[in-house]
Design a protein around this ligand. Structure first.
Ligand code: PHE
Length: 448
């Protein structure tokens, strides 16, 4: 059977961008930036995206397209005999399940906020009111779980109905609307009295706050944001067209993704300071701050509804790409039907996701090493599995796969003049990126 693939260049970019842009931009980036001291964190995150994120992203897409297979089979196919590089793909399957366990919970909050905004709820400039509205949602175990399961059922339905590509095309068309809405939100936020303090927080680094732990979280965010280190880009790369310019596509997606995050930051931090929220509020930050900005503009309830609908769309595009890693491995490599693969994957996620979904409420006090289930799934994936996956992808591309084969893939078998790109990429993945990640992880975990 011929493998399915993206048929147009538009489809390629739609899907790749749809995977990268998601809750990472709107929810995780602001909350981590707030919790880790602001501008210094942002600076490290941007540097990590350029020095580590982009090279790994290009490598993964190239690996996927060269092998035209799921994440486990791709490495198995390209590696020399009897070398277990397929383990990168297997780790990716684990990471995908861990990420979905908390991502689907947050997506559930977003879906719930669509309803809340329609009903005009949570719309207030008073931190107490918006915090209470969020608290009531996440502290109620029934609501938290029901929304998470609704999200998983929604994702499953999209895959089983075979309309995932249609959703990606819709996502791509709606992305500019989200972008515009963020611009609008940013303008309102910037014109609030006291907004300057938020801008300074976001753009004036205090270098003393950049600790090894902060650097590790910033690098982890760079991986999470670009959907790399776990085989998503390998899997999506396997659907790329043969004539797609991989480095140019990756660079564009990376820039667009950074732009969305920056806009989200500009929309949120001035308001955080203007209204007296706490930047280190944690995972609730977006949910309590954004309603305050909307409350201070005309037709706020309408705009807020649009905002959460568009965020839900972006989150769905990202979730489709996370789930695609295990689904492709189960169906292509292990012989399950796509239907069975989807159901198995989503049921495992739903079971594992119970604890993270409840961890902002009833299970908040169940901790391991000082972290609740939510933080554990998050930090185990972003700060451990994805960076290790990234190191291995670099080593594989730089030292194992072979110079000529890397060059052939990146130049579309010689159709593109990409000598400089290949040299730069090889230099980075051989000498720079893996060394940086190892150093950051050792220092971040206090090992060296
Ligand atoms: N990049 C997505 C986001 O920012 C999350 C994601 C992580 C998607 C890993 C795929 C793989 O929301």
């Amino acid at each position: 059977m011929a493998r399915d693939g993206f048929t147009t260049s538009f489809g390629v970019i739609a899907a790749t961008l749809g995977s990268a842009v998601g809750l990472g931009n709107i929810w995780k980036f602001p909350y981590l930036t707030g919790a880790n001291g602001g501008a210094g964190f942002l600076l490290v995150y941007v540097l990590a995206t350029l020095a580590v994120g982009l090279p790994v992203m290009i490598s993964e897409i190239a690996i996927g397209r060269a092998a035209r297979a799921d994440a486990v089979s791709a490495f198995a196919r390209l590696a020399p005999p009897r070398q277990p590089w397929w383990l990168i793909g297997a780790m990716g399957v684990v990471a995908a399940v861990l990420i979905m366990a908390f991502y689907s919970a947050v997506a559930g909050w977003v879906f719930a906020y669509v309803l809340k905004s329609l009903a005009g709820g949570a719309l207030s400039t008073d931190p107490k009111v918006t915090s209470a509205a969020f608290g009531a949602l996440v502290a109620d175990p029934l609501q938290a779980l029901a929304w998470q399961w609704l999200v998983l059922a929604f994702v499953g339905t999209i895959i089983l109905m075979g309309v995932a590509k249609g959703i990606e095309a819709v996502t791509k068309r709606l992305m500019p609307v989200l972008f515009l809405l963020l611009v609008l939100l940013g303008v309102r936020s910037l014109t609030l009295p006291g907004a300057g303090e938020g801008l300074a927080f976001l753009f004036r680094p205090e270098f003393s706050r950049i600790t090894p732990g902060v650097v590790l979280v910033a690098v982890g965010l760079a991986f999470f944001k670009l959907s790399i280190g776990m085989g998503t880009m390998v899997t999506y790369g396997s659907y790329f067209r043969a004539d797609q310019n991989i480095p140019a596509t990756a660079a564009r997606v990376m820039l667009a993704d950074l732009a969305v995050s920056m806009l989200a930051g500009i929309a949120i931090f001035p308001a955080v300071f203007a209204f007296g929220f706490k930047p280190e509020a944690g995972p609730s930050l977006v949910f309590i701050t954004v309603p305050a900005v909307f409350a201070s503009m005309p037709a706020g309830a309408l705009f807020m509804t649009a905002f959460f609908v568009l965020t839900a769309v972006a989150a769905t595009g990202a979730m489709l790409s996370i789930v695609e890693v295990p689904v492709a491995v189960l169906s292509e490599r292990m012989g399950f039907t796509r239907r069975a693969a989807t159901v198995i994957t989503l049921v495992v996620i739903a079971l594992l996701g119970v604890l993270p979904a409840l961890s902002q409420g009833v299970a908040a006090r169940w901790k391991l090493g000082g972290m609740n289930a939510f933080d554990l799934c998050d930090s185990l994936s972003s700060n451990v599995l994805l960076p290790i996956g990234g190191i291995l992808v670099c080593v594989f591309t730089g030292w194992i796969w072979g110079r000529d084969r890397v060059a052939a893939e990146l130049s579309n078998r010689g159709a593109l003049a990409s000598g400089g790109v290949v040299r730069a990429l090889r230099f980075l993945v051989r000498w720079v990126s893996p060394v940086l990640i190892v150093a950051v992880m050792l220092r971040g975990f206090g090992i060296a």
